[in-house]
Design a protein around this ligand. Structure first.
Ligand code: MLT
Length: 205
């Protein structure tokens, strides 16, 4: 069974897909969607990996440690495909235009949205990636035809290193994404100013 929430909105507006952080759930980002994209229909899907009560979108190889060598890439491939299939099933169920999805992901949720984009597993129209990182080096990312991506990053983030974030941006550039980066003052947590910036970005594009 898939745990999700669907919130109807103005059917003329693009649907939002919410992807929570490690330990979050389908409720976590609902207030964030309301801040960034008020009135849009919202689909929020919980990651189906449950690590001792902690929800995620893919497994870690060992407990703790958000580093590239600890990400289970087999689980990542499997769960990305599962998520893509679920999005399509639920889009059909609620009559959402699957070609217009704007993914809003935080941390673990941002990471899987970016991975799915770079691997061509799901074609989000836009991605808002809050405190995302590169999960693995992708040698031949798919060309995304100038897809717009909004990313937030903090230089003192204890999880996302500058080196990792730069590698992510390089991957996205190779995939012809048009990236807008918002620099945050605090670490991995969400801040008011990045939500305001994300909303402004979405109003422009
Ligand atoms: C997280 O806190 O979830 C990290 O961003 C890394 C991950 O995706 O596991």
């Amino acid at each position: 069974m898939t745990d999700y929430i669907f919130k109807a909105g103005n059917p003329l507006l693009a649907p939002i897909l919410l992807l929570h952080s490690t330990g979050g759930d389908e409720h976590q980002l609902l207030p964030i969607a309301e801040r960034i994209a008020p009135g849009h229909p919202v689909l929020s899907i919980r990651g189906r990996v449950n690590d001792n009560g902690i929800n995620r979108y893919f497994k870690l190889r060992h407990a703790g440690g958000f580093t590239q060598d600890n990400f289970d890439l087999d689980s990542l491939a499997l769960e990305s495909q599962w998520l893509a299939d679920e999005i399509l099933v639920l889009a059909e169920k609620y009559s959402l235009d699957a070609t217009r999805f704007i993914a809003i992901g935080y941390s673990n949720g941002a990471n899987i949205a970016l991975y799915m984009t770079l691997k061509g597993i799901f074609n989000f129209d836009k991605v808002i990636a809050l405190h995302g990182m590169q999960l693995t080096e992708i040698n031949h990312p798919v060309s995304t035809d100038n897809k717009r991506i909004f990313l937030t990053y903090a230089s003192n983030d204890p999880i996302v290193s500058e080196r990792n974030f730069n590698a992510l941006i390089q991957n996205l550039e190779t995939a012809s994404c048009q990236n807008e980066i918002f620099n945050c003052t605090y670490g991995h947590q969400l801040t008011e100013d990045e939500l305001v910036a994300a909303k402004k970005w979405l109003e422009i594009y």
